[in-house]
Design a protein around this ligand. Sequence first.
Ligand SMILES: N[C@@H](Cc1ccccc1)C(=O)O
Length: 506
Amino acid sequence: MPKEEDTRSKLSPRDRQVLKEISDGFTDPGKIAEKLKIKEVSVISSAEGLAEMGLISLDKGVEEVCALTEEGARYAEIGLPERRILEIAGVEGVPLSEIKDPALKVGIGWLKKKGWATVEAGRITPKGDALPGKDEEILEALLFQGETSGSALDEEALKLLKSRGLVESRSEKSWSFEITDAGRSALKMAEDSSRSSSAVFDYVAQITPDMIKNGVWEGKYVDYKGTRYEVRPYDVTLPAERIYPGKVHPYQRLLTRMREIMLEMGFTEIKGEIVQSSFWNFDALFQPQDHPAREMQDTFYLDSRAEIPDYASVKEMHERGGDVGSTGWGGNWDPEVARRKVLRTHTTSVTIKYLADHPNPPVKAFSIDRVYRREAIDPTHTPEFEQLEGVIMDDGLSFANLLGVLKGFYAKMGFDEVRFRPGYFPYTEPSVEPEVYIEGLGWVELGGAGVFRREVTAPFGIERPVLAWGLGVGRLAMLRLGLKDLRLLYQSDLGWLRDMPLSTRM
Ligand SMILES: N[C@@H](Cc1ccccc1)C(=O)O
């Protein structure tokens, strides 16, 4: 225990007030809080400090608080069923068959158990004076005084009432304070010293807005309203109450971080429609009209038809390959198929449309947005998910530039090891699938990328090379947030959200 000398100066005005109340015989934080007109948690935190200094003793316990259930309250007023049967039976007794009310019948068993009556040959016969039991006393007490501490009630009878569903209880934390001898003398010294106004430093526990405005808080001491205070040391190792402040959803934070990275890298954000024509989602990207990805089981189709732009050059490219040295897909390209509306299956539909509207260099754009595919829902698949799409179009760009940009992006996201596997997409050549290395998981595929084919760019008059990629954001989030189930990103699971740190560098 610290010497009294130290102790005296360590008391903040608040501590001193609380100590005073405890010395006056208040044992309960609620009452002290009420009296001092401060919050109960402030009293408790003061008291914990006082207890640590040995100035008070502190009893933490769990208290059982009891109250009547609805049924219990009714019985407390009209009497327990066994008591009411006795009243009906009088001294003579009553035939069993006369007790018809099911609410009364439950009392018959209790009559026997309590030895208040015999039940024989179809007749209830009282045995003599049935004195009020402990259970009835409790019912009455609870009716009269409301919530009551379980420790004040007869244990056996209470258990019985709880098993009958007439009384319920909950646990409440309870605190009890008592001043120690050291506390008494510290209080006395503090009172003496404030009377003689000697230069004892008080502790300020809280820097108020006023102190900040006056600039008095910056040094070791706070000179405030004629008194010199010391700022109270803060013990960061003490357990504190958990609080749950509002915060940005971790997934949203990750999306924002990605957006920031793309902006830092000089990209412009673009937005597109969720509902697209098949033309922009598939045909403009040189996906043949009989491509399996266009099937109903993979894509959500809408009933309506969309406007599509002048399609002559796209039709020519699909059927015969235009004049870029391609053979095209052959067959007949049908504008009606291109008009079918879909929920976009990838954000590449947004970037190709943007390029068609901006065919001249340079273009450096990205889009982070939701896409839709008919997937069965499981831990790693949801029918809605996000993609991060990027395109760069300019003179002299090459495949090597694409790999460099992707590596740069992943490095900023915190993935240092990146590799590229050959991939295939109908709209890029060459195509790759970037993978990042995750400790414990190995190489994880994170999307697709490539250089747009001439079959894609030529029909829109785009003459420069276009580097393009689309990354699965949910995958990335799972890795960054350590999730085993993607669905957590879309369910507002309070427990998980609360446990997520307020801020992590993602
Ligand atoms: N759209 C592709 C990704 C991609 C985008 C751009 C170029 C190449 C591939 C996908 O959804 O998987």
